[in-house]
Design a protein around this ligand. Structure first.
Ligand SMILES: Nc1ncnc2c1ncn2[C@@H]1O[C@H](COP(=O)(O)OP(=O)(O)OP(=O)(O)O)[C@@H](O)[C@H]1O
Ligand SMILES: [Mg+2]
Length: 323
């Protein structure tokens, strides 16, 4: 079966400066794919490229195919329609995505009516149903609330309700739980899992938090300095990471702890896009680096169960050799 979403050699540059390079991965329908990596590795730019929301200054190359259609080739209007009806999105800070001067009800009803020709009253009923679905108590009363009258967790639920209003086949969630406390984070993750069960929605979930990944992802794509360095099912990834960067991530995630706020204490810092080392971008920080690592960008090596890693020593090091 062909995947729901397929990225092939996607690169994005600003002013000639690449910030995403050669990114390829697939998302099957109903699959939850985690996209992880340190700050600045290109996760959000990748998400915005899929959504067609990068500024016009972005230079995009490669293929982004959703349900058989190449997204970068679509016009702005078609892309806008698809964002409502095929691909939903949830961002980190719902306060900035909700309009403070309209009630929550107005905003959900508006979102519903953009894509469905139904009366305001029917849309309001649907809004109540959606709010109920995302676990908001007394939903009919909450329609009258303004965003600032709700807690952060409730606002994020409203954003999920809006994203679901058009029954998307794919949901792109960029750090949807980062700003929330641990209990609320856990509830929202449960909600995303339920959404997948009930609506069959696939999810691309961007996060710094390996605990979140362990909790909910089926498969994981690890980015480092604008490139994908490893891709694996969640069990192989946690059981035997192949790329030294992923090994480092695992080692620096002591427990699968939702409170671990940020990735990583691998020594050294991430290189900036304008300042990438030659060859493997991770080599200067890598305990396994050898001279050939500086000679060329390592190709993706494929292992059993669809695990892939871009490291010339991955095979020789074997799965999860002790550090
Ligand atoms: N509109 C833009 N113009 C120029 N550079 C940009 C633009 N948007 C992002 N970048 C650069 O692209 C790189 C990748 O950014 P991106 O936001 O995708 O990182 P990220 O992995 O999402 O990081 P974080 O975990 O902090 O959210 C960064 O160096 C960033 O400065
Ligand atoms: Mg980001």
């Amino acid at each position: 079966m062909s995947p729901l979403l397929s990225l092939r050699n996607v690169s994005v540059a600003f002013g000639g400066q690449p910030v995403v390079r050669d990114v390829s991965f697939d998302v099957a329908s109903r699959e939850i794919v985690g996209l992880v990596g340190e700050s600045g590795s290109g996760k959000s730019v990748t998400a915005l490229a899929i959504l067609g929301l990068l500024p016009p200054t972005a230079e995009i190359t490669g293929e982004i195919v959703f349900e058989g259609r190449d997204l970068p080739a679509l016009g702005r209007r078609q892309m806008r329609r698809l964002r409502g009806a095929g691909i939903g999105m949830i961002f980190q800070e719902p306060m900035s995505s909700l309009n403070p001067v309209f009630t929550v009800g107005d905003q959900i009803i508006e979102a519903i009516r953009v894509h469905q020709r139904i009366s305001r009253r029917a849309a309001a009923d649907r809004a109540v149903e959606l709010l109920e679905k995302v676990g908001i108590p007394a939903p009919r009363r909450r329609l009258e609330d303004y965003p600032h009258q709700m807690s952060g967790g409730m606002r994020q639920r409203v954003m999920i309700a809006i994203a679901l209003s058009c029954s998307p086949r794919l949901l792109i969630a960029d750090e949807p739980t980062t700003a929330l406390d641990v209990t609320i984070q856990a509830q929202l993750l449960d909600l995303l899992a339920e959404v997948r069960e009930e609506f069959g929605t696939a999810v691309v979930l961007i996060t710094h938090n390996m605990g979140v990944i362990a909790e909910i992802a089926d498969r994981v794509v690890v980015m480092y300095a604008s490139r994908v360095v490893e891709e694996a099912g969640v069990f192989p990834l946690f059981d035997h990471p192949r790329h030294p960067y992923t090994r480092g991530l695992m080692a620096s995630t002591p427990a699968m702890d939702m409170e671990a706020p940020r990735l990583v204490t691998i020594p050294g810092g991430t290189p900036t896009p304008g300042n990438l080392p030659p060859g493997c971008n991770f080599a200067p920080r890598c305990g396994y680096a050898i001279p050939p690592c500086a000679e060329g960008v390592p190709p993706m090596d494929a292992f059993a169960d669809g695990q892939r890693a871009a490291c010339i020593r991955a095979r020789e090091l074997g799965p999860a050799a002790p550090r």
